[in-house]
Design a protein around this ligand. Sequence first.
Ligand code: CP3
Length: 354
Amino acid sequence: MTELKNDRFLKALLREPVDRTPIWMMRQAGRYLPEYRASRATAGSFMDLCMNADFACEVTMQPLERYPLDAAILFSDILTIPDAMNLGLYFETGEGPKFKKVVRTEADVDALPIVNTASDLSYVTKAVSTIRHELNGRVPLIGFSGSPWTLATYMVEGGSSKDFRHVKAMMYNQPEVMHQMLHKLALSVIDYLNAQIKAGAQAVQIFDTWGGVLSHAAYKEFSLQYMQQIVDGLIREHEGRRVPVILFTKGAGQWLETMANTGCDALGIDWTTDIGNARSRVGDKVALQGNMDPSVLYASPERIREEVASILASYGKGAGQIFNLGHGIHQFVNPDHAKAFIEAVVELSPQYHK
Ligand code: CP3
């Protein structure tokens, strides 16, 4: 086991003291980087990058070569699970993800297998171990999955959606069918994340990108309940260290207290919540990750620095903050602006840890 040279991300997730606020960016390996676009062109497609461990490793490392980031994130996608459930994932240029088969009826749900990572998604665990080896203890590696609810939105709609027409109709008309699907997804996610942890992921994040489109009652019943099952089913210690779990529901400002009660270690928050307010509400239960509006990166480096300063001041002194964007970095961001963002956190945060 190689010693971890930079563990401030893992320490901050457990609210232990650090020398400065750690930072990484959601979607840090992606189209805003010219070297990523070059690798994708060589590999052929986005899925070719994901399915080949050497390519997945190459693009995971790209943002780390440019910036002083404190974590790496596995290069993959949340939609690998529905693909392994035989729905036939494909990407059409400029249109986002699509599925050949959609899930609309009870019979469709009955036909869904529970994912066995070892046999169905070995390309992901292979990527995890290849990346861990390449990192050689430089920074920790984050594994991830989609939440059952967020995966279900793509599986029922057949791709991205604006109104969630079919998935919400199913949820309100046939709640039992919806629950059956979410149950199969939760079991699949537990198996998938535990396999990533065994292969070398040192923290895991659950992306619930679409939990925020649910009503108050539906969020608890159809999203949070299944994330709770996942938190309960995960390996929490590996290689002699705690494996922190981060829950990120976009648009969940009003539910932070309930989310903090799941037993997770940290919450990811988007930019619509003030991080100081979030901190006072969750107390010392969980660490907080976030939460700059990704669109701030379209502004000047001076403006970006001001925004970083104000988020640091709002959180205030002490441990338990991980700097990040409130959602993934956009493809049209200038990489030099991402650099200004990360350097501002490196330069401005030590005063909050003295
Ligand atoms: O953070 C990272 O650097 C790791 C890689 C990562 C990707 N997707 C790579 C990717 C992660 C963590 C994800 C998660 C993901 N995927 C989510 C949850 C987080 C979020 O952003 O809300 C969701 C909803 C997806 C599903 C998905 N994958 C969509 C909707 C799209 C198309 C939209 C888009 O941004 O193009 C993808 C494709 C995708 N996943 C790309 C990347 C780098 C772009 C594909 C390309 O290169 O053309």
